[in-house]
Design a protein around this ligand. Structure first.
Ligand code: ATP
Ligand code: MG
Length: 688
């Protein structure tokens, strides 16, 4: 169908046409000819790169012109950002486009959220829905992108979100998108949706299995061939370490020419942090060779630099972990999947076909290339046959709900009681019946687990049963739900904070170890050989901890918490970042992620303490929140609260004798300016 004939309002047609769209793709035709146009819920199951986003936009256009809002949910922040930039074009037509991916504490949502199109991660959207459902009034459509992720550990929030929206706003249309679901019929059944599916892909994707006894040598050969005529290549590997070594090896082996632009990129990557780390240096050298690595350990700034340089064609090759595989558009004519196995807790295992298809799906994107080529590598012919059958020809797995386990349930049960979404046991059961879990498994066998969760929440003091049998949240329970933390985490914190208050002891390491006692904060691993020493160290200094250790049994969970707490403690003792990376053998991105989660947990702990009137704990955790955010010792807390003063400046000012805001108020402006510059010095004096 030509764009001119598409059943959408004229001004949208002009907008799309100015973006270069002429014809609808066949799956888009199918969608506009389906019941979706009349508002039916729809599952769009079509290949990677087949234009599912624009298909959604064809429906969005209709809703927007009726004055309805759109909520577009994605799994990852990076993808949210790509969609947000794409949808900003609607501002030209006077629509408000917003992105929400940050802070999850819904009590901080004071002002209203004014949007026509909202792009959000599932967690953030759920968090808003918990306390401000009215913000979603007049929403005409909910888009669930990459919906196959329902089967991943972050999946339950997707199905909860869909179930809640359906219950609260029965008029809202749901559109679920995915290239990789084995059982789209089942998903459609759950959503009471029409299934629109197609095998059509705008750019033909050829999938091959290359054979080479030495995989890395074969990889070099394949990459070299792929670069002919300006082609660009993405190599997927299973671990961060592999991404780095593959990038370095390819850089050396390919010997690409390094021009001034790559020099510049290398320089920018190196200076992404104030003091570059070993990893920054390696990444910078890689960039100069035209081949970089991309994984969760690089900083956000480096990530943007790399993705932009690859889009511009400056970088030719990226070796990435699969985090880069979801939904993004990159100009990679060729994708090479080097690792079809991944190392997990139960040894090395083949990755699901679904993940393979997502990875190869990054090749041949219509915006950039006219053909797409994907390779995996087998060591010999018989392995090649196996790989071809399993992955190239293989069927994509069905997805199954993972909602029905206690840790997941307790969060969502509390949330739904806390936001008065369900008030009785029956309505709670009915609600879970309406999830994908309920649809797939039924909830007959599920009631005892639900009972157990309710009992626990009541025992912990987060919910209570009213006189007429109604399920009611306590103030504490409501706050925990708003904070978006696991009730178990809250319970762990309450126990230790009560102990601290009673003993009137608040050792930093002990508070940090407490923060680590949560599913939210991923802990550092402890090597076998280090266990005993670490245990002895902890055991010999009981005063530094809040909890008492049982000396007879080596507690592995504790050791991981202890080691992670020690890392956080170095950070809040002003150790240099470089020192921390080396000492714990971690990349910069990981330090940042840990400190920012810990900061959120410290804030949550202080809020919980406040409600329970544990006054000292509340104050201590509040201070710890600031220290974690800024990486400073306690004595700098008063200074760090002032705008324009960070970790380094606060330390210098403190050492010069300015210890509190009032000292700064009276300070000599010239002396201040020598540390922070004139402009800031003036501002600081007023703020202080
Ligand atoms: N009708 C069209 N004409 C020209 N280009 C189009 C059309 N529809 C979509 N595209 C382009 O196709 C590319 C791929 O689209 P999109 O990212 O929506 O794919 P997708 O189906 O969501 O893939 P994935 O499953 O990998 O997320 C985009 O660059 C988009 O601009
Ligand atoms: Mg997509």
């Amino acid at each position: 169908m030509h764009l001119d004939d598409a059943p959408i309002p004229g001004r949208f047609r002009d907008l799309f046409s100015s973006e270069g769209i002429v014809e609808l793709y066949p799956p888009q035709n199918l969608l506009v000819e389906s019941g979706a146009m009349e508002g039916r819920n729809t599952v769009l199951s079509t290949p990677t790169a087949s234009g599912k986003t624009f298909a959604a936009e064809l429906l969005m256009a209709g809703k927007l012109s009726e004055g309805k809002k759109i909520v577009y949910v994605v799994p990852l922040k990076a993808l949210a950002y790509e969609k947000y930039l794409d949808f900003k074009k609607y501002e030209k037509l006077g629509f408000k486009v917003r992105i929400e991916i940050g802070d999850l504490d819904s009590s901080r949502y004071r002002n209203s959220l004014d949007f026509d199109v909202l792009v959000s991660t599932a967690e953030k959207c759920d968090s808003i829905l918990r306390s401000r459902p009215e913000w979603f009034e007049n929403t005409g459509m909910l888009v669930l992108d990459e919906v196959h992720l329902i089967a991943s550990d972050r999946g339950p929030v997707y199905e909860i979100l869909a179930a809640k929206f359906r219950k609260l706003f029965s008029e809202m249309q749901i559109l679920a998108l995915s290239a990789t679901i084995g059982n789209p019929e089942e998903l459609s059944g759950w959503l009471d949706a029409e299934l629109v599916s197609s095998e059509w892909r705008p750019v033909e994707l050829t999938e091959k299995v290359a054979v080479g006894a030495d995989k890395n040598r074969k990889l070099v050969e394949l990459v070299r061939d792929s670069l002919v005529d300006g082609g660009q290549t993405l190599v997927f590997v299973s671990s961060r370490r592999s991404a780095e070594s593959v990038a370095e090896n390819l850089g050396l082996a390919l010997g690409l020419e390094c021009g001034v632009e790559l020099e510049g990129l290398g320089e920018e990557i190196l200076n992404a942090l104030t003091s570059p780390t070993e990893q920054c240096r390696r990444l910078s050298v890689c960039a100069r060779n035209g081949v970089v690595f991309h994984h969760a350990g690089i900083t956000g700034r480096q990530r943007t630099l790399i993705e932009d340089a690859f889009r511009e064609g400056l970088l030719k090759v990226i070796a990435a972990t699969p985090t880069l595989a979801a939904g993004v558009n990159l100009p990679s004519r060729t994708v090479i999947v080097r690792d079809l196995t991944r190392y997990g807790s139960s040894g090395s295992k083949y990755i699901p076909v679904l993940e393979y298809k997502q990875q190869v799906g990054r090749a041949g994107r219509p915006k950039y290339d006219r053909v797409g080529l994907a390779y995996s590598i087998a060591r010999n012919e018989s392995e090649a046959d196996f790989v071809f059958e399993k992955y190239v020809k293989g069927e994509i797995e069905s997805i199954y709900s993972v909602l029905g386990v206690e840790p997941v349930l307790r969060c969502h049960v509390l949330a739904s009681i806390a936001s008065s979404f369900t008030r009785t046991g029956d309505s709670l059961t009915e609600f879970f019946q309406s999830t994908f879990f309920g649809f797939q498994y039924g909830i007959e066998g599920f009631s005892s687990l639900l009972e157990k969760v309710l009992d626990k929440l009541e025992f912990w003091g987060f919910i209570r049963t009213g006189m007429d049998g109604l399920l009611l949240p306590t103030d504490l329970g409501r706050r925990i739900s708003e904070l978006y933390i696991d009730p178990q985490t809250a319970f762990n914190y309450i126990n230790l904070m009560q102990k601290a208050e009673k003993e009137d002891r608040f050792p930093s390491l002990g508070l940090l170890e407490m923060l680590c006692d949560s599913a939210e904060l991923p802990l550092l691993y402890v090597k076998k050989g280090d266990e005993q020493t670490l245990w002895e160290e902890a055991f010999q200094n009981p005063g530094q901890l809040l909890r008492e250790l049982d000396g007879f049994e080596l507690d592995y969970g504790f050791l991981e918490r202890y080691r992670t707490a020690k890392l956080l403690e170095l950070w809040v003792s002003e150790a240099s970042e470089e020192f921390i990376y080396k000492r714990f053998n971690i990349p910069p991105g990981m330090l940042y992620r840990k400190t920012s989660v810990a900061e959120w947990l410290a804030y949550s702990a202080s809020e919980i303490a406040r409600i329970l009137e544990l006054k000292k704990s509340a104050g201590e955790m509040s201070k710890m929140e600031l220290r974690l955010r800024n990486g400073v010792r306690e004595e700098l807390v008063p200074l760090i609260k002032i705008k324009g003063i960070g970790r380094i400046r606060a330390r210098r000012l403190y050492n010069m004798g300015y210890k509190k805001p009032s000292d700064l108020r009276e300070a000599d402006i010239k002396e201040l300016a020598s540390v922070v510059g004139r402009e800031t010095a003036r501002k600081i004096k007023t703020d202080a």
